[in-house]
Design a protein around this ligand. Sequence first.
Ligand SMILES: [Zn+2]
Ligand SMILES: [Zn+2]
Length: 328
Amino acid sequence: MRTMQVVQPGRPLDAVDMPIPAPGRDQVLLRVRACGVCRTDLHVVDGDLTEGKLPIVPGHEIVGEVVSLGHAVRGFSPGERIGVPWLGHTCGTCPNCRSGRENLCPQARFTGYHLDGGYAEYALAEARFCFPLPSTYSDAEAAPLLCAGLIGYRALRMAGDARVLGIYGFGAAAHIVAQVACHQGRVLYAFTRPGDEDAQHFARSLGASWAGGSGERPPQPLDAAILFAPVGALVPQALAATAPGGTVVCAGIHMSDIPSFPYQLLWGERIVRSVANLTRQDGEEFLALAPKVPVRTEVEVFPLVRANEALARLRAGRVRGAAVLDCT
Ligand SMILES: [Zn+2]
Ligand SMILES: [Zn+2]
């Protein structure tokens, strides 16, 4: 099978042919149909995240068709279309796993980071972490739901009942979260790179009632802000735009250093928090909600062998919505 792999961080992906693997007792073998390209993949390729396996097949928004099953797998059958997210394995027994916080399991293994992912024609996944997918989405349209959607949804939940919500960085996750937030009746403001009028227009087309540069003040203070851009300097900027009692949610797995800032920006019971990974419950809730909103994903599709081009466009901020690889 054809794969695209990180062999050495800091270099482009290499095309590597490998034997098609056989599923272990708890795994499914999937024929990958589409795989989303996430900013986290860039952090893996660039070597910002250093705890993973090398070489690694990246990709944790896998839409695939079940080819075969390990002997202990129940609930899926060959031919079924399912999705594989970032959370690929947990221990199931630690205090976090037993208290609904499996996203924080110290033994967790992540797809496309510790476990080979979906930049390939075939992939293995542990069946209990896979999801059935809503039938109303094509393969490419469904892929961004699996990380941009799920982790965006978790970040939105961490924003609580904020009526006025600011989103910093208007990429794949933001374009999904914006639709959910508007569906919930929130007022949405979008912050983009200064002068990025395409992204601001895109945000307004998805329901933002105001869109501007990240250093601008919105029409009214935010009740919460979600940061999808991996830029630490946005944290004090977002705090300055947030009302007392409000929360700034950092949704990325990696962020540049946060500069020091006056305590006055945090004062007033403002909260800064991160969102780490996802739980299966996040996935079940979001995948049930998405077709009801209905969330529409906008995708730019690249053939698997052009994964490096997809990553380069994402790095340059030139993808409208989400980049997706066609692995068929
Ligand atoms: Zn655990
Ligand atoms: Zn992701």
